[in-house]
Design a binder for this molecule. Structure first.
Ligand code: DAH
Length: 370
């Protein structure tokens, strides 16, 4: 038996194996139970001692050589397979960058961010509540019981009444229910703003069925109207980026505040570049060529509302305010039709939108200084 030739032939066939399947077949052919090399090993038992001494080492060397060749060919084929897979599976992690970034931040989002920045600087946290609200939080707990005439002014979208339900569900008509939710959840003291969507069945150039408000609520000890006035003045000066903002507090009525004040801001009428006159905020509304514009509702939180919020009104006082966010955006950035805010017209959005990378911060300025 020519072991050297057998070995050479086996190694040549192993080296020529093109895949793991073929290689496995060769392993079985040589080293399997019925394999040719295994069969040679079995012949050792029947040999004479001299023959075994002469042929034993050759047979063992044959088995070792074949085993080694199989292992190294297997490793070679496996690493080639891995290389091929890695090459085929290359992932391009880079995003194609558009030449000009598309998409802009809506003025309402921008203004909400500005509000949050300014109030955060005054120590206010941002609170929120559900847009699908219950009658109790939206009305009753804000001192508007069933028969209250102020309810009629809200043009409420109600959901159909469901059996066994204590109060009807509705789309919140204002952000004020967040006052109640926050008092019940967090107790006192409190300093929050609550920006968000509100809904009323109303539609014309200055009203849309969905619009945005920001609620403000401060609950603490010894709070009075002076705190309210300072807070609103500080906020409006920062928001409109003008030091000459002048406010007028006018007595008013809201069920959830007592006393209630409506806040007007002074403006001047100036001629715009298009010849039309424009309102520019600043200065007293009583000055010649000036006027007062109603901006927001506010007041000292009604004792009953503090009670509905689970707090003792003899211990805790507070002020609250509610501002139309869309109106703030219109005044600051010069849009005159509210409906365009929600039309989704690309041209309007491209014109009035803000760059996504231009995040307002107080340190960087909330906008471009005038
Ligand atoms: N919730 C009122 C509204 O829709 C606005 C408002 C007025 C909120 C006075 C207040 C407030 O917090 O004190 O129209």
């Amino acid at each position: 038996m020519d072991y050297a030739a057998t070995r050479q032939e086996a190694l040549t066939r192993i080296a020529a194996a093109q895949d793991l399947e073929v290689l496995e077949k060769l392993r079985v052919e040589f080293l399997g139970k019925q394999g040719s090399v295994s069969a040679l090993l079995k012949t050792l038992g029947a040999m004479s001692p001299e023959q075994r001494q002469a042929e034993g080492p050759q047979i063992h060397a044959l088995r070792e050589g074949v085993t080694e060749a199989l292992a190294s060919r297997k490793a070679g084929l496996e690493s080639a397979a891995l290389e091929a897979r890695l090459a085929a599976e290359t992932v391009d992690l880079s995003l194609p960058a558009p030449e000009a970034p598309r998409g802009t931040v809506h003025p309402v989002s921008q203004v909400m961010d500005e509000l949050a920045e300014i109030f955060a600087d005054l120590g206010f946290a941002v609170a929120s509540g559900p847009e699908i609200e219950d009658d109790w939080h939206n009305f009753t707990a804000l001192n508007m019981p069933e028969s209250h005439p102020a309810r009629a002014m809200h043009d409420t979208f109600y959901f159909p009444e469901e059996e066994g339900q204590s109060g009807r569900m509705l789309l919140r008509t204002h952000t004020s229910p967040v006052q109640i939710r926050t008092m019940l959840k967090d107790g006192a003291p409190l300093r929050i703003i609550a920006p968000g969507r509100v809904y009323r069945s109303d539609s014309d150039a200055t009203h849309t069925p969905m619009f945005h408000q920001v609620e403000g609520l401060v609950i603490d000890k010894g709070i009075h109207l002076g705190h309210l006035k300072w807070t609103l003045e500080t906020f409006l000066k920062a928001f409109f980026e003008r030091e000459d903002i002048v406010l007028r507090l006018r007595p008013s009525y809201f069920p959830f505040t007592e006393p209630s004040v409506e806040v007007d801001v002074g403006f001047a009428l100036v001629n715009g570049p298009d010849g039309k006159s424009r309102r520019v905020l600043g200065g007293s509304g009583d000055a010649p060529g000036h006027g007062w514009m109603e901006l927001l509702g506010s007041g000292m939180v009604n004792r009953k509302v503090i009670e509905f919020g689970g707090l003792d009104p003899d211990e805790w006082q507070g002020f609250a305010f509610g501002i139309g966010v869309d109106r703030l955006a219109m005044l600051k950035y010069g849009m005159d039709d509210l409906r365009a805010f929600f039309d989704g017209d690309q041209r309007w959005l491209a014109h009035y939108g803000f760059s996504a990378l231009d995040v307002p911060t107080l340190s960087g300025g909330v906008g471009t200084p005038a």
